[in-house]
Design a protein around this ligand. Structure first.
Ligand SMILES: NC(=O)c1ccc[n+]([C@@H]2O[C@H](COP(=O)([O-])OP(=O)(O)OC[C@H]3O[C@@H](n4cnc5c(N)ncnc54)[C@H](OP(=O)(O)O)[C@@H]3O)[C@@H](O)[C@H]2O)c1
Length: 300
């Protein structure tokens, strides 16, 4: 099976590459842009000609579309620029994949929900609170409209093998933990299900494999997420306890943060649709975060 991964240099893309590369029955090609190196192909995903050329050359059976501008604050600041990646490029990938009879997995987010009525099923009504969520929802609709052989896979806050701690909204908490000179209030109000990118990569690989024998069952909207409901405060204390680091300078803040880009309170998702297909993998948070952070903690 030939699989094309867009956004292959990103947090999730690198996990997808590792997973498909170690699957012997797969031939995988990764696309990247500013961080294209090694075997990754440099392609500006917003350039339809470049995307068409690489897809026609590679002839993928499946595309996992993970290229994105995913920082809500950046999207708010320059909506039009972000839209080129999040919406226009998605239309290009969806159109070309449909022309080629290629299965499309469009990676989306729990931010398509407003966070007031969890847990969310794939069929539940969406209502994004910020522009990033709106663009990702538009990306979902575009993908499905242009390619009928499409899965939308919504995922929540991610962590995994990182290049810098700032790369993930989970691992960046390490900076707060280590800044012991400052007493800090840490959000203990908004619920998140931190999810290991290696689990998402396994889910995508399983979806592609299952699609070969059961294509209809793998079309539509799907959810995958970790199984632990946490706040930033419980994530940071779990991280501290995993390495026996003191955290008495941090206090839980029970009040929902205000100011800045609006974020939903609780977008916990119901993942039973994929579980019913025998698809899924869950890394316990304490185990996952310990492995991911070990190189950073031991180098301090
Ligand atoms: N991270 C999270 O917590 C989170 C939460 C929910 C959903 N998601 C979803 O998960 C998916 C993957 O996100 P991620 O966290 O892996 O993102 P990421 O680490 O920010 O990576 C973004 C990727 O998109 C590529 N990209 C951006 N602009 C491009 C362009 N013009 N041409 C080609 N490639 C371009 C980047 O390539 P270069 O770096 O090489 O330029 C990079 O590979 C997205 O659909 C996102 O919405 C992520």
């Amino acid at each position: 099976m030939k699989v094309l991964v867009t956004g292959a240099s990103g947090l999730m893309g690198r996990a997808l590459m590792r997973e498909f590369e170690r699957t012997t029955s797969c031939d995988v090609l990764g696309l990247a842009f500013s961080r294209a190196k090694g075997a990754l192909r440099k392609v500006d995903i917003t350039d339809e000609g470049e995307v068409r050329k690489v897809m026609q050359e590679f002839q993928p059976d499946a595309v996992v579309h993970a290229a994105v501008q995913r920082r809500p604050d950046v999207v708010e600041k320059d909506e039009e620029k972000a839209k080129k990646v999040n919406c226009s490029a998605t239309e290009t990938v969806a159109k070309i994949s449909a022309e080629m009879g290629t299965y499309l997995i469009y990676i989306s987010t729990d931010y398509v929900f407003d966070g007031t009525k969890p847990p969310y099923k794939p069929s539940d009504a969406t209502n994004p609170l910020n522009k990033y969520g709106q663009q990702k929802l538009e990306g979902e609709k575009i993908s499905q409209a242009h390619n009928p052989d499409c899965a939308v896979l919504r995922v929540p806050i991610l962590y995994g093998q990182i290049e810098t701690v700032e790369e993930s909204a989970v691992t960046v908490l390490y900076n707060t933990l280590m800044n012991r000179e400052k007493t800090d209030l840490v959000d203990d109000c908004c619920t998140r299900c931190p999810t290991h990118v290696d689990d998402i990569a396994v889910v995508c690989r399983q979806m592609c494999e299952r699609w070969k024998t059961d294509p209809q069952k793998l079309n539509g909207v799907f959810h995958w997420c970790g199984s632990e409901f946490m706040t930033k405060y419980t994530m940071i204390t779990t991280l501290a306890n995993a390495f026996n680091l003191p955290h008495d300078h941090l206090k839980p803040n029970p009040i929902q943060p205000t100011g800045g880009t609006l974020r939903p309170k609780d977008c916990s998702m119901d993942r039973s649709k994929l579980e019913a297909l025998g698809i899924g993998q869950t890394t316990p948070f304490k185990e996952g975060i310990h492995k991911v952070m070990e190189p950073f903690v031991t180098s301090q």
